[in-house]
Design a protein around this ligand. Sequence first.
Ligand code: FES
Length: 167
Amino acid sequence: MVEVRLRVNGADASLDLPPQVSLLDALRERLGLTGTKKGCDQGACGACTVLADGERINSCLALAVQYAGREITTIEGIAGDGPGHPLQAAFVRNDGLQCGYCTSGQICSAIGMLAEHGAGMPSAVTEHLCADGAELTDDEIRERMSGNLCRCGAYNGIVDAIREFAA
Ligand code: FES
């Protein structure tokens, strides 16, 4: 066992964990943050996406011990205590989900993706530009969200939701 001090959604948590425990399992099984989903557990589906210091990561591939001291944000932190994040509302309006299993990962990934390109929050949006200065087109959104799979095939709605949120 090792003591791992995590910071998740603005709160500190000290856990005694075997060193091989993934961040995903620590979040779900030790902290009860079950909004983060386990799909493939192999880094292939994106269901487990969370933010680490604002960057999207597959938490199934991350050891919890590696992320001690980093600011981890899960879908619970994104949603907050109120009516939820505006991107969540955009997903609902645009049918960006069906069964919903991938949705928390999609939303975490989209927020990380938009932040990578300077369009993380509506207040920060001036131009929807990619790092190379190109417009964040639907094709760009699809490419940059390609690590997040949706078995229901709600991709059109997902792109619509992200485009609407970033507008
Ligand atoms: Fe982590 Fe699929 S559960 S990428």
